[in-house]
Design a protein around this ligand. Structure first.
Ligand code: LMR
Length: 393
């Protein structure tokens, strides 16, 4: 039965985990998969997560199934985190999902049921897994221009021009903040212009927020979502707790769908429930229960904000530090876009051959597009990193 199958190459991002692990060099550097790292290279469980887990161990009385939509307390706290306290909740359905990817997969199922062949417009470039995940689910994808690889800026005019050609009901996938892979986000005014176009062309936004709190702050990073929610009749929002709560492997996220009225909300909720039941039945609960403990306890919430700010600040410090070091190591090249990026990622702006040389000759790992995760930079490795980059230019 399986004789006709061929093995596939490893995933462009996740494949780097094993490659890096198997590298014996002491000075190797991992700038690959998007996980946060401390100054000594660890991805620890957040202190606030440990505290919430302890509370759960002491108080949780059952591991019986939760429903297809997950825990309503978690969903309500996440809805407020994503949409803000004042949002028009009667028009919103929020379900607990297995991470951002699980949430996107359910979103794809809903879009396929709702609108058959309407394409989803995705930024060029976008997260490596957006196209396989949404395309693999059966959606047709179309690129819209996003990143200028020469000037390292957002191609906002080309982006707007392209979306102007989209048809009524087409879906537009936007990154709420910390655009993956470029790290460059539209300004609030640019987001407003995109929203104007979405309203004018009657497009449906699908917003992916995998890094809330990693750019500027929890509320600021939700600007695009909250602005759009006040303007459009319908939208979908996928939110992940992998990075901002450091719960990567616990798979925690939500899918929220904003609809026109409460009747449609009930219909959409029943469709979501059916889609979930036919994929994974019910979402995993432990990580979501941890997030719920944190968001329902003022002291834990404050502790989380402090830990989140520390992660956000370290990412900016490391991006700035590398940019400073490259100014000295490679003075003829402009790397100023590193300091303009937000969140974990930015492009170095080197060729795939140079990326391969960095891996082979220097033990420095990054995605083939030259996307780097700045969390892998430390005060101890930055000189070696900058000199190695300069050497392959
Ligand atoms: C990344 O982009 O590196 C992360 O979102 C991890 C992943 O699943 O790709």
């Amino acid at each position: 039965m399986f004789d006709s199958m061929k093995s596939l190459p490893a995933d462009a991002i996740l494949g780097l985990i094993a490659e890096y692990r198997n590298d014996r060099r002491n000075n190797k550097i991992d700038l690959g998969v998007g996980v946060y790292r401390t100054a000594d290279g660890q991805t620890p469980v957040l202190d606030v997560v440990k505290k919430a887990e302890q509370k759960l161990i002491d108080t949780q009385t059952s591991k019986a199934y939760i429903g297809t939509a997950g825990d309503p307390r978690f969903n309500s706290a996440m809805q407020t985190l994503v949409f803000g306290a004042a949002e028009d909740k009667p028009r919103l359905v929020t379900i607990q999902a297995p991470g951002g990817s699980g949430s996107l997969r359910v979103a794809a199922g809903l879009l396929l049921r709702a609108q058959n062949a309407a394409p989803v417009w995705v930024s060029d470039p976008t997260w490596n897994n957006h196209v396989p995940l949404l395309g693999g689910a059966g959606l047709a994808l179309q690129p819209y221009p996003y990143y200028d690889t020469e000037k390292h800026v957002i191609r906002i005019d080309a982006l707007l021009d392209t979306l102007r050609s989209a048809s009524r009901g087409d879906v537009v996938l936007l990154h709420a903040c910390c655009h993956n892979p470029s790290g460059l986000d539209p300004t609030p005014d640019e987001f407003r212009a995109i929203a104007d176009l979405i309203v004018e062309r009657e497009l449906v936004p699908l917003v992916d927020m995998a890094y809330q709190g990693f750019a500027t702050g929890l509320d600021e990073d939700a600007f695009a979502i909250r602005h759009l929610a006040g303007r459009v009749p319908e939208m979908l929002v996928s939110s992940s707790c992998s990075k901002n709560f450091g719960l990567y492997r616990d798979r925690v996220g939500t899918l929220s769908v904003l609809v026109k009225d409460t009747k449609t909300r009930d219909i959409v909720a029943s469709q979501l429930s059916n889609i979930v039941r036919t994929i994974y039945s019910v979402p995993p609960d432990h990580g979501a229960a941890v997030v719920s403990e944190i968001l329902h306890d003022d002291e834990l919430t404050r502790d989380w904000h402090v830990e989140l700010a520390a992660m956000r600040n370290r990412l900016r410090e490391m991006a700035n530090l590398l940019e400073q070091k490259l100014k000295v190591a490679a003075p003829s090249r402009d790397f100023s876009h590193l300091a303009r990026a937000a969140g974990m990622f930015c492009f170095l702006g080197i060729s795939e051959a140079q990326v391969t040389r960095l891996k082979k000759d220097y033990g420095i790992y990054m995605v083939g597009s030259s996307r780097i995760n700045v969390a892998g930079i430390t005060a101890d490795n930055v000189d070696y990193l900058a000199e190695s980059i300069a050497a392959v230019l």
